[in-house]
Design a binder for this molecule. Sequence first.
Ligand code: GLU
Length: 480
Amino acid sequence: MEKDSKNTIRTRFAPSPTGELHIGSARAALFPYLFAKKNRGEFLVRIEDTDQKRLVKDSELRMLDLIKWLGMSWDAKPIYQSARTSLYKEYARQLVEDGKAYFCFCSEERLEELRKKQEASGVPTGYDRKCRNLNPAEVLEKIKNGEPHVIRLKVPESGKISFTDLIRGKIEFDFHNINDELLLKSDGFPTYHLAAIVDDHEQGITHIFRGEEWLSSVPKHLLLFQYFGWEPPQYAHMSVIVGKDKKKLSKREGSVSVDAFKSDGYLPEAIVNFIALLGWNPGDEREFFNLKELEREFDLAKVNKSPAMFDIEKLNHFNAHYIRKMGEKELLEKTKLFSKVDFSKYDKSFLQKETKVIKERMVLLKDFDELSHYFFSDIDVDKEMVKFGKSEWQDTEIGLEKTIESLAEMDDKKWESVDDLNHFLSEVVTVNGLKNGDVFWPVRVALSGEKFSPSPAELIWVFGKEESLKRLKNALNKIK
Ligand code: GLU
């Protein structure tokens, strides 16, 4: 079906490139992305880089790389506001001509003094509108003389403006409390307010998703839409994300940057799943959703306005799940970046078996080496560890001897199944009148050198006949 461009739903991700992509900004991309997909709309990207003082070089590129890494894509080339300054200037001037904005010549020093006075006398801070009613001839004269100036929005002195937020419902603002906001700065750069409104209009944005900290900007934005005679978009202000201490997560906390999660070995699937549930829920017990499923299921009516809790345990739970679900080959490929093991030195089937066993225990990709070091290096078995708590030394010795004997003779076919190997070990126990602890425990320790490891049958399965026998014999010699 052809898309009707007029009725197409368009959302956007509008980051300011001032540092890392943190979890909150990733959600400010994910929700509008999902909403656009769900409604067969378009998801656009706009880089809000007009605040020259706060820019961090190339951070928008890193942010966009991470958005892509998470699996999202956008429907048109990103636009950069810094390349569009003359456009914003024109729009600002148009507002002045229409009497909806005005030139202001107040110096920084005057504004600073004003603010201090207001603070001292306990009144709300804000511009006192000194320049709002200058006569036109005077304005012209000052401009001609090259006096530095800004352009400010003319906010009505009284009255109210209201709108219905798609997450929060109806919200009303009193103009009386709203400042004559800056639209154009003295360096000719627009403020966020002006540039965002012009671009939301020019990009045909129909739905805006952003954090609730932007709520107080809405009356100014709606006023601007009204002044320009443009239809305003709908707004959905997402809840704050709080830590376990109920305090707002800080942007500056390295621990919530998507890049830091990536370097620790979190998978994009897990992060996306986790972020989706920061405010949205499917309305039932399901918790695992990949991006494609989210694109189908995301429903604005199920987005919550109460604070979303950031719980790292939950993210770990998702990551472990997606690691377990991944094929061994793919997992090995991803693990390479985190491992010191030279995989090229090992047999493919050994590596795949090893990964199959280890992935059940991995939470992060970087866990691989710690969990599997004994597969890739010789071990020095601690003699005392070989005997299980309640077992006798003699039975332990017999257990190992019998395992070695029977393993050496075992039909090759049995090596192919962990269940068969498990069964085999149980047989060694019963046939020789031993206890589980006389066989399973020493075999585990002989092969891994550890108290905690995959099961003894899994270890044998991974190592294969030759290496298993070698390790079992080593341990037997040690305790003899
Ligand atoms: N550039 C703003 C930010 O960094 C975007 C706010 C908005 O979406 O309107 O969050």
